[in-house]
Ligand binder design. Structure first.
Ligand code: SF4
Length: 494
């Protein structure tokens, strides 16, 4: 049944601004929209924690509707709470077809209110302004007088020392003028959206940069399925806008691009490798790279997490904190590689223990090989800036790092199966046949989320130990994979 007079909440309003097709599906075929993935759910969970902390800045505030789910009841409770003239949390109001729940509604003067929208990002984004414009429209339509609109977001300059201090963790930005400007377009946007929702079929919208901006669209699998494997979006460092232009013009396969499309040298290599079905290899460049490796080789990989609310002292919001390393040591005698690893238990800042162990394990000579080495170097540098007793040691090993990503970024080697990616996830299977398939945890983002879940969440010990083993397996494959990659490169240059 078609919704005759649909309500548009702030999240649906933002969906509608991003794409009318997405909005239509939400109201007419919601069952075809996949559930949120793990990463999106983690962003929501983080948002809830941040929201809870933000309320501490408004003592005496009233939690308006608690766990109430009935729409009418929430509106009734919100109306009732207004008379107390206290900060209101999660109050809801509606006007015509717009409906919104405000994070914090703060009383101002005798009869006025300020909207405070809490965001776990470190800056104000355009999408936040549209969000507030819809809110203001709904509240003013419901009879509230709104004088100011604020975004309470994370202050990325904050460094935790002792207990988290909400006053310092949050930055409050006044966006009243920006919201006023956008307010004018809300009624017409709503009218258009209602027309879209009432349409018989979904609107015919081409895919484009909007599919991931401002949010990754959950319908990508459905809308993008016509794309072949080697489509213009897979071209190495090719501008997204240009890639979509080619797609819209019907050039779906990069093997058959018109001659007028100008490609960089690396993109040419990618296309030629595909057309010929052959690997491209620059033996001299690869040999030069391999000659820079000094034995013993220390293959090192970190897994990290970053949270909006820092978990430890001397940590900024979202700063990436290593919680695990895998280290494979290979000496020239051709002995079996030795594996060392560490996975923090969450009781204290893991960086000190990581520095202590690596200082012992990395010796004083031999290359330290990492895939995208600036990342590992940066984590060690930042950790040694905090635990300064390791500063001199870090400086002494800094120049020993070798980046295994370098030969692939330089296209010394390119396999058609890489699909324009030089990441280890693309290189390892293409070059060695070994892959991450079959692992329960097969990607760094998932390792980090799972680590946070089983370390700080409410899970039983059996589950915790199981996931810790999976995370160990995953990280170990990263360093084991690097050994295999170097061996294969060696064979190819012989
Ligand atoms: S994938 Fe793109 S075109 Fe399809 S609904 Fe989402 S935003 Fe719209």
């Amino acid at each position: 049944m078609k919704p005759s007079s649909p309500f548009i909440s702030k999240s649906k309003y933002l969906n509608g601004l991003q794409c009318h097709k997405l909005l239509w599906f939400y109201y007419n075929a919601k069952d075809q929209i996949p559930a949120f993935d793990m990463q999106t759910q983690a962003i929501f969970d983080q948002g809830h924690l941040v929201g809870k902390l933000a309320k501490k800045l408004y003592p005496g505030g009233i939690e308006v509707a608690g766990g109430e789910r009935d729409f009418g009841k929430i509106l009734e409770l919100s109306k009732e709470a207004q008379s107390h003239r206290k900060p209101l949390f999660e109050a809801a109001f509606k006007s015509a077809n717009a409906y919104a729940r405000v994070d914090i509604l703060n009383p101002a003067g005798k009869n006025d209110w300020e909207i405070v929208e809490v965001k776990s990002s470190t800056e104000v984004k355009d999408v936040n302004l549209h969000d507030l414009a819809l809110q203001r429209y709904a509240y003013e339509g419901a009879g509230l007088s709104i004088t100011k609109c604020f975004i309470l977001h994370i202050n990325n300059e904050y460094v935790r020392k002792g207990d988290v201090e909400p006053k310092k963790l949050f930055a409050k930005t006044d966006v009243t003028n920006e919201v006023s400007d956008l307010l004018r377009s809300v009624p017409s946007n709503l009218r258009t959206m209602i027309d879209v929702i009432r349409q018989r079929g979904y609107p015919d919208i081409e895919i484009g940069p909007h599919c991931s901006d401002p949010y990754g669209c959950p319908l990508q699998e459905l809308c993008w399925k016509f794309l072949p494997e080697h489509n213009p979006l897979t071209l190495y460092y090719f501008k997204k806008e240009k890639a979509f232009e080619l797609i819209h013009d019907g050039h779906l396969d990069i093997r058959k691009l018109p001659a007028s499309v100008s490609l960089s040298d690396k993109q040419e290599i990618q296309v030629k490798a595909l057309q010929n079905g052959k690997v491209h290899i620059d033996k001299e460049g690869t040999r030069d790279f391999l000659e820079r490796l000094d034995y013993p080789l220390y293959y090192l990989d970190f897994e990290t997490f970053g949270t909006a609310i820092p978990l430890y002292d001397h940590v900024r919001p979202y700063e990436q904190i290593p919680f695990q390393f895998s280290l494979h040591i290979v000496d020239p005698a051709g002995k079996k590689p030795r594996h060392e690893s560490f996975l923090a238990d969450g009781t204290k800042d893991p960086r000190h223990e990581i520095l202590k162990r690596l200082k012992k394990l990395l010796g004083n000579k031999g290359s330290i090989v990492a895939y995208n080495a600036p990342f590992e170097k940066d984590k060690l540098k930042k950790a040694s800036d905090v635990f300064t007793e390791f500063s001199t040691w870090y400086q002494s090993i800094e120049t020993r790092f070798v980046d295994l990503l370098a030969p692939f970024k330089s296209f010394y080697y390119y396999h058609p199966d890489q699909c324009g990616s030089a990441s280890i996830k693309a290189i390892l299977p293409a070059l060695t046949g070994k892959s991450y398939e079959g692992l329960e945890i097969a990607e760094g983002g998932a390792a980090s989320l799972e680590y946070l879940r089983v370390t700080f969440g409410d899970v039983d010990d059996k589950e915790r130990q199981k996931v810790r083993r999976q995370i160990e397996q995953y990280c170990a494959l990263d360093t084991e994979g690097m050994i295999m990659i170097v061996e294969e490169l060696g064979k190819l240059t012989r």
